[in-house]
Ligand binder design. Structure first.
Ligand SMILES: Nc1ncnc2c1ncn2[C@@H]1O[C@H](COP(=O)(O)OP(=O)(O)OP(=O)(O)O)[C@@H](O)[C@H]1O
Length: 726
């Protein structure tokens, strides 16, 4: 559900929405008579066979015959979770979270009812903001600075979410902030209640917000909302300065090389089909020894616990070592980070790259960009691990931290610069780094880095004075998803003879994740969530929601239900984000409620469950989210709440993702997919987010101009030159 809907749901005089919906249809898997009956509606019957034929031919059906299906039977198979429990009358969060004049006790569904018929957007924003944050009762009193900041973080369970902007869905870090511009700025208003607080938007610290277990809330987020971080932190924007300095990374060897075990399915990677397309691809390697890396790198690989290459590593390492540009697509958690770091480090070692602090301007040989702060930090830690004992110095810089700190880190010597786009452009603009020596440009989560959010920033980067043109640098792109239109955009960054490696189905979900889709109406979601979490117990679980305010709200709600929960989203200060992640990683808070800011790349040990409380708007995002579990051969489980109203556009791609990953497809989901079937659909959503099954160049180039080879990664043959595309 988009943020817009969420606001509407809460704030508009929309009485029917508040009628408790407790019949079985709303939250059972497959029992939704509505969805099923739609297809048997007389008007649908006439064209049903044709459409069904098309649907089946399109490959989206899971293999069962729609005609023979017994919906209730199918649903009961999938529905093994009790619908008992949860909370009844009087336990509605609304009563506690919104007890002042705007909200009243919810109905028996636990949802809240609106008491005012109308309120303009500003008032709405303020209404949330002034309630400020929830602080768990175990926490010490919020700091004075928090209160000074007007964020309203106070002790007790008044709860709720203090975000001041509305109609803004969660976006990730970086330059797409314009989405929050107006909503945030207008909140620089005085509290009508006369308490003297300034109701400030995210950009000036007016976040309010939930305070998780033992989390410290500090004043002055200083995160620029409406400009890029670069602008915000370079002085144009008169918000509070960002003072957060992240803790230094661990120094001791044991911590640097700490890793989790590969799972029982690690060896199954060998059976995955790999396609390499493009001319003259070097042969894959089967072992680390074949990569012929230097001794220090080999030692580090051993200390990291790597004994065997994953498929994406088998193919990418020789390609990068051969100096070729690469676009690589492989399932989540399958080792893409090492696939680019190891060969880059090998080249740098070969070239005798060493860091020097005696320079006015640092000139990194490698720049790695990723869409979120936590992800780039994780990549940095991997780079630090593999470069251990060498003279190569990786540095990480990202928004939400003190700019001076980033500059100091760089000035101590920088060979591999790991950066989020906003901070990178800021530092480049300040001439703290020069781009002349860049030999490797890596876009991790490349489809995200090239989409409308970050694409313009990336274009600026490659056209920045001093940046070597594409034929004088190596450009490497990695992701688990590569929509066709993004592949086309990527051409601008890559040499024309780049190679494309596809491990398994491009855009496919990791097959080690057991996926379950439950049909749950919006008013039943919280109850279902609590029920599932109680069954799960202490196992680490990520709960994804669609908006920042909902993340706060659900985290608060779960804390009230005595489920240790923390949250991460773009409106939390960086310090809080890192603490939340730390608490989740170490198991102190086994539940992390997150927006899509945590959907990509994060590699957290032992995440056994992902719950999509809200489904994302695109199927690619779904694939990334559920990929937080089931990593590196381990098994994971993903449960998604499918609410037919906002999610029907996802039915088709969801059926495809499920069936491609050999998962059960609920009958009701097939039915919805069938009833919303779009002829010619190739696996994406109606919003233009389309799976690519292969390298998209095949659509544009003649058979003879491109080579492709498909094989299982264990065989690893040399690419066959005259293999045709089709
Ligand atoms: N060859 C290997 N042997 C053992 N462990 C490995 C190997 N390669 C990677 N790993 C580990 O697997 C985990 C997942 O790797 P990584 O984060 O690089 O996956 P990814 O493909 O980038 O995932 P995502 O698509 O979610 O970003 C990491 O903990 C990493 O250290």
């Amino acid at each position: 559900m988009g943020d817009e809907d969420w606001d509407t749901e809460i704030l508009k005089p929309h009485i029917p929405s508040f009628v408790p919906v407790f019949d079985k249809d709303t939250f059972s898997s497959g029992a939704n008579g509505d969805a099923f009956n739609r297809a048997t509606d007389s008007s649908e019957i006439s064209d049903a066979p044709t459409r069904r034929d098309q649907f089946m031919r399109s490959g989206f059906a899971s293999g069962r015959s729609l005609g023979n299906r017994d919906a209730s039977d199918q649903s009961s198979k999938r529905e093994n979770l009790s619908t008992m429990g949860g909370f009844g009358p009087g336990k509605g969060f609304g009563n506690r979270g919104f007890s002042s004049n705007k909200f009243e006790e919810g109905d028996s569904s636990g949802f809240w009812r609106e008491s005012n018929d109308f309120e303009d957007n500003q008032t709405r924003s303020r209404g949330f903001a002034r309630r400020g944050g929830y602080q768990d009762g175990n926490d010490s009193e919020a700091s004075g600075s928090a209160r000074r900041g007007g964020r309203g973080s106070f002790r007790g369970c008044r709860g709720g979410f203090g975000l001041t902007h509305n109609s803004e869905s969660e976006r990730e870090d970086g330059p797409q902030r314009p989405g929050g511009f107006f909503s945030s700025r207008r909140t620089g208003l005085v509290d009508p209640a006369g308490n003297g607080d300034n109701f400030r938007g995210r950009s000036v610290g007016g976040r309010g917000g939930y305070k998780g277990f033992n989390e410290e809330v500090v004043a002055g987020s200083g995160r620029s909302t409406w400009k890029s971080e670069a602008e915000g932190e370079s002085g144009d924007f008169q918000g509070p300065k960002v003072t957060y300095i992240p803790p230094p990374p661990p120094e001791n060897e044991e911590a640097i090389f700490a890793h989790y075990q590969t799972g029982i399915n690690f060896d199954k990677y060998d059976t995955i089909l790999v396609e390499v397309s493009g001319h003259d691809a070097p042969p894959a390697i089967l072992t680390f020894e074949e990569a012929d890396l230097c001794q220090t790198l080999n030692n580090n690989i051993t200390k990291a616990g790597y004994t065997k290459l994953t498929p994406v590593q088998k193919y990418s390492i020789p390609i990068i070592l051969a100096g070729r540009d690469l676009m690589a697509c492989a399932q989540t958690g399958s080792g893409k980070t090492a696939a680019f770091l190891l060969p880059i480090l090998a080249h740098m070692m070969r070239d005798g790259v060493t860091a020097s602090r005696f320079k006015d301007q640092q000139e990194p040989e490698c720049i790695i960009v990723a869409p979120t702060r936590e992800l780039i930090n994780q990549i940095f830690l991997e780079a630090r691990k593999f470069s251990f004992g060498t003279c190569i110095r990786p540095v990480v810089i990202y928004g939400g931290t003190q700019l001076g700190h980033s500059i100091r880190q760089i000035m101590q010597g920088c060979n591999i610069l790991c950066a989020t786009p906003g901070r990178l452009m800021d530092i480049i603009g300040k001439e703290k780094i020069g781009l002349r020596q860049v030999r490797y440009l890596v876009l991790d989560e490349a489809d995200r880095m090239l989409d409308m959010g970050f694409g313009p920033e990336m274009k600026k980067l490659i056209s920045f004075p001093g940046m070597p043109p594409k034929d004088q640098r190596q450009t490497l792109m990695f992701s688990a998803t590569f929509p066709e239109e993004i592949q086309r955009l990527a051409g601008e960054f890559l040499k024309t003879d780049y190679l494309f490696v596809a491990v398994g189905q491009v855009g496919g979900a990791c097959s080690d994740v057991q996926q379950t889709v439950l049909q749950v109406g919006q008013y039943s979601k919280r109850e279902k969530l609590v029920e599932i979490l109680r069954n799960i117990g202490e196992e680490r679980t990520m709960v994804f929601v669609e908006t920042k305010k909902k993340a706060d709200f659900i985290a608060t709600f779960l804390c009230q239900e005595k489920i240790s929960t923390t949250s991460i989203h773009g409106d939390r200060e960086q310090r809080e984000r890192e603490q939340a992640l730390g608490d989740f990683r170490c198991g102190k808070c086994p539940v992390l409620v997150a927006t899509s800011v945590a959907a990509r790349g994060l590699d957290i040990e032992n995440v056994q469950h992902v719950i999509n409380f809200d489904l994302p708007s695109t199927i690619d995002e779904y694939v990334h989210r559920i990929g937080r579990t089931g990593r590196c051969g381990n098994i994971g489980k993903a449960i998604s709440f499918f609410d037919p109203e906002p999610d029907s556009h996802l039915a088709q791609p969801l059926v495809k993702v499920l069936s491609d990953a050999q998962q059960d497809v609920p009958a009701w989901l097939e039915e919805i997919a069938f009833s919303t079937y779009v002829p010619g659909f190739s696996g994406g959503t109606s919003r233009g987010n389309v799976f690519a099954s292969v390298d998209t160049r095949k659509s544009y180039q003649g058979k003879s101009s491109m080579n492709i080879v498909g094989f299982s990664s264990a065989q690893a043959p040399n690419p066959v030159d005259d293999e045709s595309w089709d």
